[in-house]
Design a protein around this ligand. Structure first.
Ligand SMILES: [Zn+2]
Length: 273
């Protein structure tokens, strides 16, 4: 990996993100100073605290900054070689506004001077472009391996269903089209999908993960597919299965109706005689 203008780009990122202050010490970046700042995400979602509060966090490169931003924990780092191979980005230029500048920003090679409004627009486009590249990258063997590591650490959370016994989840999109549906979490044990707990995660575009990813992962790593459990929750009322009680109730109702009908018939017979 080579970065000929990493420092300059970092300064630019800091300027771009206006609210973020970066301290320099003998040309070394100490990290983000403030942990109580606001930045804007796609969809105009406001974020308070920026995660990078500690001095140990370095944000030399745009992708590092992006990944360390709170709410972006579901994303993995897309290999630089993957982004630099234009073949992998085919068609994305028509999907992203300010494509060239956004790509330059992601790869830390944006040289152009931009005014505030344009900088903000390019920053937003860069996040969108990264998401779209991410969706393509995570279904490559390199991307699957990276996401597998995150899955093993349960970075995407665990299934809330009690009988899934803390099964780790995987992100999935319901559509491959951007701006359609937000990301969901797929449980390979109960094969159902769930909303992310945090609103930050719940507002991420599902197209940044795509509808294929978790299923592709288990195609490539079938031995990791968790065993299906036959365990089922059985609803009970006072210890009786609801199904049994319902059956009993139906039988009682039928008997009552039958008796009522007989009484009516007998009564009518008496009147007529
Ligand atoms: Zn589950």
């Amino acid at each position: 990996m080579h970065y000929n203008c990493g420092l300059i780009s970092t300064i630019r990122i800091a300027i771009l993100s206006k609210q973020i202050e970066v301290q320099f010490n003998d040309l070394e970046i100490e990290g983000f100073k403030n942990d109580k700042q606001e930045i804007y995400l796609d969809g105009d979602e406001k974020m308070d605290d920026l995660t990078s509060g500690s001095d140990s966090d370095y944000a030399k490169y745009w992708i590092d900054w992006f990944l360390s931003t709170k709410g972006n924990e579901y994303f993995c780092e897309v290999d630089e070689e993957y982004i630099l191979d234009r073949f992998n980005l085919t068609g994305l230029n028509s999907e992203v506004q300010h494509y060239v500048q956004a790509l330059d920003l992601i790869t830390d090679s944006l040289e152009e001077e931009l005014d505030d409004e344009m900088r903000e627009a390019v920053e937003k486009s860069a996040r969108h472009l990264y998401g779209l590249i991410h969706a393509r990258f995570i279904i490559t063997s390199r991307g699957l391996a990276k996401m597998l590591e995150k899955y093993k650490k349960a970075d995407f959370g665990r299934c809330p269903r009690v009988l899934c016994h803390n099964q780790p989840l995987l992100p999935v999109g319901l559509s491959d089209q951007p701006y359609t549906k937000s990301v969901k979490l797929y449980c390979p044990r109960c094969e159902d999908i769930y909303n992310p707990k945090s609103t930050r995660h719940a507002s991420i575009d599902g197209a940044y993960y795509g509808s294929t990813f978790p299923h592709m992962l288990f195609q490539v790593y079938p031995h990791l597919l968790p065993p299906k459990s036959n365990e089922r929750y059985i609803p009970k009322i006072f210890g009786f299965k609801i199904h049994d009680i319902a059956k009993q109730h139906r039988w009682q109702d039928q008997q009552r109706e039958e008796q009522q009908r007989r009484i009516t018939v007998v009564g009518e017979g008496n009147v007529n005689s």
